[in-house]
Write a protein that binds this ligand. Structure first.
Ligand code: GDP
Ligand code: IMO
Ligand code: MG
Length: 443
């Protein structure tokens, strides 16, 4: 296999404007990969989702968990929140405070938010929780942070945007309208608590003052940066299988997670994107309900959970674990136009004698190579596995492909062959340094 390990700067020469996104069900290690590549980027942008995301970065042994602020902030790069995000101002202020406690200073010079970003309001959180309660067993297992209801208000054309907070009259009128509607639903349909205008208004206006220095015209900032030859990284949240259209609907989040979402969620044309890097674990995890064909409930699943420390970075919930699913990856490659893969957590597979990779599904005797458009079909699908030998050596912290055990290299080569996407990065531990960067084997 003609792999060549290269330096980060050599790698980034081939990249300019890059979307980094989750190729599975979230928590693939996007935060680490964005943090790693930010060294050579000029701007890092969040374009969808909200504080449902939890991106973990480990730098020289110190752990940071970011929810809303792009992972590039640790490099003092310009960090931007685009219009596709749903913003809870109280979550933002809390995160700013936490970063400040770590000695990371954030000012209007290194952090920008689009004024057309939709706001998460307190009634969105209440609705999220009330709705899940009402669904009972059929619940989605949301993060309970008001993400879905905020996106619903956006497309219903009644949402309140960050910029509205700077026009008191408009803000009050919109808030009044929204409360009339949502209080009615909360009280009469969900039998849940209601909200008063004054408390929300005063809270949000107070927070608006603190956020004001960050509000700026994001599409203009990004276009100017790109015109000046700067490199822009788009940091995806969640993962392809949680995309509102292309994921396992309805067990998804409410945003456009896929690469195309970066353009609409930041105000950038698709012609300006050069690379789309998909991040995938060397196995699979998922938090919350919904189909998961390669899920393991045996000792191997327990190994992945324990060794991979698979507890959610946002909600602390246990992540479900299973084998690598190439059907998922081929789907992700297609809908995102992946130009490369970053495979993370290879080290978690150390010591498992035999590894399985799902290459297709068996649906009542019929072989499915592609993700079915109706995800409920997944409930009756059995994974078709190929089995590969594991390795007993530790791969943790290895920085060069040639230092990996042969079986680990063969496993990676197999993933590449069944996904059809070249591997550009292999992560062998949570720290920035525990990474193998590869030349493009496809030339
Ligand atoms: P994200 O949401 O995609 O940014 O991922 P999370 O931060 O939610 O979850 C990934 C977890 O795996 C974090 O705790 C990371 O520190 C950790 N991690 C990332 N890459 C590796 C790796 O290669 N090996 C190990 N053992 N842990 C990793
Ligand atoms: P990062 O960016 C994993 C899941 C929730 C739930 C579904 C809908 O860290 O990869 P929502 O609150 O968004 O309406 O919940 O989506 N989910 C995630 N799972 N990682 C995430 O983010 C997630 N964000 C949402 O568990 O199943
Ligand atoms: Mg996460």
């Amino acid at each position: 296999m003609a792999y060549r390990s290269i330096s980060i700067s050599e790698f980034l020469i081939t990249m300019a404007n890059v979307i980094i996104m989750g190729a599975q069900w979230g928590d693939e290690g996007k935060g680490k990969i964005v943090d790693l590549l930010t060294e050579q980027a000029d701007v890092v942008v969040r374009f969808q989702g909200g504080h449902n995301a939890g991106h973990t970065l480990v730098v020289e042994g110190k752990k940071y968990v970011l929810h809303l602020i792009p992972s590039g902030i640790l490099h003092a790069k310009l960090c931007v929140i685009g219009n596709g995000v749903v913003l809870d101002p109280s979550a933002l202020l809390q995160e700013l405070q936490e970063l400040d406690n770590h000695g990371i200073s954030i000012t209007g010079a290194n952090f920008k938010i689009s004024p057309i970003t939709q706001l998460i309001m307190p009634y969105h959180r209440e609705l999220d929780v009330a709705r899940e309660k009402r669904k009972g067993k059929g619940k989605i297992g949301t993060t309970g942070r008001g993400i879905g209801p905020a996106y619903e208000d956006k497309v219903a054309r009644r949402g309140i945007r960050l910029g509205d907070l700077y026009n008191r009259q408009i803000f009050e009128a919109k808030l009044q309208d929204n409360l009339a509607y949502h209080n009615f639903m909360l009280e009469n349909f969900y039998n849940a608590g209601t909200f008063t205008m004054e408390t929300i208004r005063d809270d949000y206006l107070r927070m608006a003052d603190t956020i004001a220095p960050f509000v700026d015209d994001v599409p203009v900032i990004l276009a100017n940066a790109m015109d000046a030859g700067q490199a822009v990284l788009f940091e995806g949240a969640q993962g392809t299988m949680l995309d509102v259209d292309h994921g396992t609907y309805p067990f998804v989040t409410s945003s456009s997670v896929i690469a195309g979402g970066a353009c609409s969620g930041a105000g950038v044309g698709p012609t300006r994107i050069h690379q789309v890097l998909g991040v995938a674990k060397a196995y699979t995890t998922r938090v919350g309900s919904g189909p998961f064909p390669t899920e393991l409930t045996d000792a191997v699943g327990e190994h992945l959970f324990k060794v991979g420390q698979e507890l959610g970075a946002s909600t602390g919930r246990a992540r479900r674990c299973g084998w690598f699913d190439a059907v998922v990856l081929r789907h992700a490659a297609r809908v995102n136009g992946l130009t490369g893969l970053a495979i993370t957590k290879l080290d978690v597979l150390d010591g498992i004698p035999s590894l399985k990779v799902c290459v297709a599904y068996n649906r009542n005797g019929r072989r499915l190579e592609n993700m079915p458009s109706d995800p409920s079909i997944l409930d009756v699908c059995e994974p078709i596995y190929e089995e590969l030998p594991g390795w007993s050596e530790a791969t943790s912290g290895i920085e060069r492909m040639e230092d990996l055990p042969k079986n680990a290299r063969d496993y990676l080569a197999f993933l590449e062959s069944v996904t059809g996407v070249p591997t550009r990065i292999v992560s062998t531990g949570p720290d920035r340094k525990q990474t193998i960067i590869l030349d493009n084997p496809f030339g």
